[in-house]
Design a protein around this ligand. Structure first.
Ligand code: CA
Length: 305
């Protein structure tokens, strides 16, 4: 179920305000229609920062030991990839250091043992979490290879099981938008904030494109998915985070309704192993239906420190 926090709210917040802190304030006023009341409970307590001129929330972010790239506050999650800190324009988040691997996904399948209950309303049609049979799922032989062939609801369920969430809006949660340009903004997408070093870079590794840095179509003679974290040039936008760009596309918590139900659209970010010119925001960031599971799409999760 989509929330009352609509795209128009995001755009108004981002475009009319000079301070990203104000965007957060506007978004914080949006009320989930059908979500746990604790969603976004760790949002920054900036409700008393009502002046548009007050950018203290942005400027106050420290850059000290135990800051970005560290596991401080992000080490309590027993499942999925290790998490490290990253910074959005307004807050700290935890983000998986890598894409979720096949071995980690198998742990989820084992734990759920066929039980697909507890999913959100938009995923009631989803009666299996197993990856699509068209994709190679070999959690023993390909343990460190990113899981692929999972749909948006599978990814969401994994993150929930792991005590995390699919990477979403500035305070966590769904980004409801049909505009791709929204997702290029670090103020809107926490995944993008992590990839762009808080909005400062087009690529996780810097400001200029390198076809060799990440696993895109320029990286190998025969493009292929590789084990997570094995492309050292693709570290960033903060230390300790790998493959945000390339390898597999990554589902994010950004969707919009079309006709209601399983054919509503959700976004993924970062491009994949067979795409050229991958960037944190690129031509390859498009939508698929909730139900779609493709072999070049995986995911990682986010959480609050
Ligand atoms: Ca990726």
């Amino acid at each position: 179920m989509f929330r009352a926090c609509a795209r128009a709210d995001i755009i108004r917040a981002v475009s009319e305000c000079h301070a990203a802190a104000v965007a957060v304030l506007a978004l914080a006023a949006c009320t989930p229609l059908n979500a746990p009341t604790d969603a976004g409970a760790d949002a920054p307590s900036t409700a008393d920062t009502s002046s548009p001129e007050d950018t203290s929330t942005v400027e106050a972010m420290p850059d000290a030991p135990g800051d970005v790239g560290s596991a401080t506050g992000c080490g309590r999650f027993p499942h999925g990839p290790a998490m490290v800190q990253a910074r959005t324009p307004t807050r700290m988040i935890c983000i998986d250091a890598t894409e979720v691997t096949q071995a980690q996904y198998q742990q989820f399948l084992d734990a759920r043992n066929g039980d697909t209950s507890g999913q959100a309303t938009e995923c009631v049609w989803n009666v299996k979490f197993a990856p699509d049979l068209m994709c190679v799922f070999d959690p023993t032989g390909r343990a460190s290879t990113p899981v692929n062939g999972v749909d948006w609801c599978d990814a969401t369920a994994f993150c929930k099981w792991a005590g995390k969430r699919l990477c979403g809006g500035p305070t966590g949660g769904l980004i409801e938008t049909s505009a791709k340009s929204d997702l290029a903004l670090a103020e809107v997408s926490e995944w993008t904030a992590a990839c762009t070093h808080g909005g400062e870079r087009a690529y996780p590794y810097g400001t200029s494109f390198s076809g060799q840095a990440c696993n895109g179509s320029e990286h190998m003679t025969t493009p292929a998915i590789v084990p997570v974290g094995t492309t050292p040039g693709c570290e960033g936008g903060y230390p300790g985070i790998f493959d945000l760009v390339g390898n597999v596309h990554e589902w994010i918590d950004a969707c919009y309704p079309v006709s209601g139900g399983r054919t509503d659209k959700c976004w993924f970010s970062g491009g994949s192993y067979h795409d050229p010119d991958n960037a944190c925001a690129s031509a390859w960031d498009v939508t698929r239906d909730y139900v779609d599971a493709f072999c070049d799409i995986g995911f990682r999760c986010c959480a609050d420190p």
